[in-house]
Design a protein. Sequence first.
Length: 326
Amino acid sequence: MKVAVTGAAGFVGSNLVDLLVEQGHDVVAIDRIAAEHWPTHGVTFIEGNVLDPAAMEAALEGVDIAYHMVAMITLKQQDETAWNLNTKGVRIVAEAALKMGVRRLVHCSSVHSFDQYSCGGFLNEASRRSESPEIPVYDRSKWAGEQELQKVIAKGLDAVICNPTGVYGPTDFGALSRINGMLRDSARGRIPAVVTGGFDLVDVRDVVIGLTLAAEKGRTGENYLLTGHMLNMKWVFNMAAKITGRRGPIVAFPLSWIVAILPVAEPIAAKFGSDLVSKAAMGALIAQPEVDGSKASSELGYQPRRAAETIQDLITFLISSRQFAG
C-alpha cells in the first residue's frame, strides 16, 4: 500500500515511517528536509510545505492512506507561525487528500487540544476543548486544527483524529524532545530536584502503533486518546538515573510552591531565555488530569507498554546512538 507521512523527519513521524516500512508499505515521506535515519528501502522523500496546496496535492497523488504529523510545539501564549501551521496546515493537507482521492487521513493531534485546566482531574474524548484565550497557543491551535479538519470531513473526507498524551521514548535523533532531554539529564545525574506531581506519558512506539490502528479501525470523524501511564515525575527521573548508576533527584518541591512564585519567576526566567518555569510548561503538572484511554483500547485494540520498559529502552538508545555524552 502507498502511504504518506507529513512531518516524516520529526520524532513521531520518524518512528511512524519505521513502522510502516516494517509493515511492508511504500512510504512517501513528506517534510522540509530528509532524515538520514529513515530506512534505506521503502521510503521516497518528497520535499514539501504543508502550507502549499499545490505541493500537498502533488505529494499525495496515488496515496491510499495519509498520516498528518506536522505541528509546531511552543510554550508561548501567542505565536502566529504555530497558529498557521497547526490550523491552516491541517486544512490544506485535508483538502489535498480529499481532492487526490486519499482513502483515509489520520491526523495526529494532541491531548493539549483538550482543556486540561478545567477538566476536574479527569479527561476523556467528551471533555471540554482548549478554547479559552488564556490557554497557551499550542493547545488552542491544536483544537482549531481539529475543527478545520472536521469541515473537510463534512465535505466527504474519511479522516480520524488521534490525541497522544506526553510522548517520550526511543528513537529520537537530533534535538531531543523536552521530556527525553530531561530524562537524559537525569541519567547523567544532573537533576538533583524536581517538583511533585505527575502526568500521563506514552511511548512513541505505542503512539505510532495507535495511529496505524486508527487507520485500520477508527471511526470517521472520531477522536481517540492514545494514553500511556500516569507517572510520578520523581519516580520517572529516578528510574532513568538508576539505569546508569547515577544519583537521581533527591528532593521534590511541592507544586504549590511553584504555582505561588510563577508570577515572579516566569518573567525572570524568560529574560534568560528559559521557558521551563512558566504556566505553559507547568500546566499539565498543575492540572494532573487522569486521561481515559478506554475508547482507543476498546475500539482499536490499543495497549501501551510498561513505563519501565520505555525508560530503559530510551536510555539504552541514547547511549548507543552517542547522544548521551556531553
